[in-house]
Design a binder for this molecule. Structure first.
Ligand code: FES
Length: 124
């Protein structure tokens, strides 16, 4: 796969028009995660009601892959059980992006930044 193949149209579209972008005041889970390779950041906010993720949003800046991943990941989190969050695997996130990053460790780190933020938020 050529490196430019990771920039599918829907990824560019989500970069230009991110979904679930914003802050949740009084979030039940919150964490900010930096990509140490580039300095970009994703800040994740989750609101829980009745044991379920009622809302999920993110703030931050980064490349198209990280922003698209955060858009898709926050959508994926809504409606999930809060006590099952730690079972989410990197494969689940990569499946949302529908691109093969197995030979692109730099972009893999970008794609998994929202998941890293979730894991940090759970630990808090
Ligand atoms: Fe910074 Fe992708 S280059 S998150």
């Amino acid at each position: 796969m050529a490196s430019e193949d990771v920039y599918r149209d829907f990824i560019i579209e989500l970069y230009k028009n991110p979904q679930n972008f914003g802050k949740i005041e009084g979030a039940d889970f919150h964490a900010k995660m930096h990509n140490t390779a580039c300095g970009d950041v994703i800040e994740l906010f989750l609101k829980v009601a009745g044991g379920t993720i009622e809302d999920a949003k993110f703030l931050g800046k980064g490349c198209a892959i990280s922003q698209a991943s955060a858009s898709l990941f926050t959508g994926y989190l809504k409606g999930r059980k809060a006590d099952a969050l730690e079972k989410i695997r990197k494969e689940d996130v990569l499946a949302l992006l529908k691109i093969d990053l197995s030979r692109n460790p730099t972009r893999m780190k970008c794609a998994l930044l929202p998941l890293d933020a979730l894991r940090k938020a759970i630990k808090k």
